[in-house]
Design a protein around this ligand. Sequence first.
Ligand code: SF4
Length: 259
Amino acid sequence: MSVHAASAEIASLDTQFADLDLAGRLSLAATLGHAVFTTSLGIEDQVITAAIGTHRLPITVSTLETGRLFKETVDLIAETEERYDIRIERFCPQQDDIDAYAEKYGLNGFYDSIEARHACCHVRKLIPLAKALAGAEVWVTGLRRGQSGNRATTPFVEFDAERGLIKVNPLADWDIDTIKAHVTTQAIPVNPLHGRGYPSIGCEPCTRAIKPGEPERAGRWWWENDEKRECGLHVPDAQTTENAAQPVSQAISTASAIR
Ligand code: SF4
């Protein structure tokens, strides 16, 4: 398959997703190959986990246990497992990497420079993410267009060239009010921090509550001025690539063979 044909298939999938409900989108994603959903336990991720558990979909649910999460987030992992009778795979950083980071930057060195912050996210998130996605052909995320300007054009389906897999964002078009109404009607467990001004929750030392009118992700790495700040999970990071990226045509070919 040519790159042009593969790109056309991604575009076709994106169109198909637009016409499906959440369960339909996740079911279709699962037909594309081995699918892994990485959850931060945020409110939109809880919507996806609930759908996977309720419909018993063949999608692995994983989380990055960075070692700096809020207690409320850690508690929610177990609560969600019990509620939906599923296993959430934990991927943790290596102690050697944490020690090396602390030696070079200090344990909380991420406040001092963007370089130090990226280095911490690399050790605590990106390396564990690479392990969580090892062997995956499809990566399911809770990215939404309304989360930030940086995510305003998030498609339903895209090709992650860095990791060589198909990335599926089944809630791309859901707004926060729709998410909140859904968790209420479905009685989906959510992080109590959402009710205390934390719409987006990451590691405890790097997340603050937002003020009225601020964007959803304004509380993440609030001391940095870069409006497009991210942890690197959803933007290319050359350091992160542990798996050689395969061409888009190969990824689509693999997915087509499995479908
Ligand atoms: S969010 Fe903060 S504590 Fe968590 S990995 Fe990134 S820099 Fe480290």
